[in-house]
Design a protein around this ligand. Structure first.
Ligand code: ADP
Length: 266
């Protein structure tokens, strides 16, 4: 362990942050980053001060989803220390490893490098005072999860899943991770994403592409709250790809779904 690391350990970490919330998923591709971004914006719209750390070190997608891929965060001196100023957009302050390395390079990082990168985003970010700091974690269980729970006192975890059976099996593993060896993070609830699809021309019909109520039933079985069900909506995908998250749009019906999830979380 280096002197610098010890110095960082002794420093009180994130003293101004009230709630630290990990957003996790059992599998990749279930919409965890999409939910993280939209939930952060929905929380900010309630008047809360919100931060977001893209801890999905191996596939950072937050810069693209916020439409700031070409931005480089600036350094600032705070109380004599060099800090990284988070980017502010849609009412959310955020940092991503994607701002500092090309995504293709991050993919080949070994565990310790990725863990150090996450620690730096936490300790060197100029986070100031926040009501909520969300962490968009990599899918599954990894060193990054351990690093996170060992670096900061996580207040709770939210788990995103699709209703599909194969996704649900991995959710149980994810829930157990937050309750495993020496880790005691309360799971605040599940979010079922891609819960159904409604074609525009048949607005009364719901098609349960990935199965029906899988997240709801699992939440019941695990005695965890279901924080919300999000349908498959083309606008959610488009908003993510174009850097215009639906939660920011006051007129978006889907945006209201995220507002409801935020109010269930608060
Ligand atoms: P993860 O972070 O779990 O890997 P992403 O958030 O990157 O997943 O989402 C995977 C893909 O699915 C993205 O292209 C995203 O735009 C899309 N997506 C996520 N949720 C929805 C949804 N509810 N409706 C439509 N597309 C969605």
């Amino acid at each position: 362990i280096t002197a610098k690391a010890i110095h960082q350990m002794e420093r009180p970490i994130l003293p101004g942050v009230k709630n630290l919330i990990a957003i996790a998923s059992g599998k990749g591709g279930v919409g965890k980053s999409t939910v993280s971004v939209n939930l952060a914006i929905a929380l900010a719209k309630t008047g809360a001060k919100v931060g977001l750390i893209d801890a999905d070190i191996f596939g950072p997608s937050i810069p693209k989803m916020f439409g700031v891929e070409d931005v480089k965060p600036a350094g600032v001196r705070v109380d004599g220390k060099e800090r990284i100023q988070p980017i502010s957009k849609f009412g959310v302050n955020f940092l991503s490893i994607g701002f500092f390395v090309a995504t293709e390079d991050a993919v080949i990082w070994r565990g310790p490098m990725a863990s150090n990168a996450l620690k730096q985003l936490i300790t060197d970010g100029n986070w100031g005072t926040l009501d909520y700091l969300l962490f968009d974690l990599p899918p599954g269980t990894s060193d990054i999860h351990l690093t996170l729970v060992q670096t900061v006192p996580i207040s709770g975890a939210v788990i995103v899943t699709t209703p599909q059976d194969v996704a649900l099996a991995d959710v149980i593993r994810g829930v157990n991770m937050f309750k495993g060896k020496g880790v005691d993070v309360p799971v605040l609830g599940l979010i079922e994403n891609m819960a159904w699809f409604t074609p525009e021309e048949l607005p009364e019909n719901k098609y349960y592409i990935f199965g029906r109520d899988g997240g709801l039933k699992l939440a019941e079985r695990l005695e965890l709250p279901l924080l919300g069900q999000i349908p498959i909506v083309q606008g959610i995908r488009e908003g993510g790809d174009s850097g215009n998250p639906v939660a920011w749009d006051d007129n978006s019906i889907t945006g209201k779904v995220f507002a409801e999830i935020a109010s269930n979380l608060i």
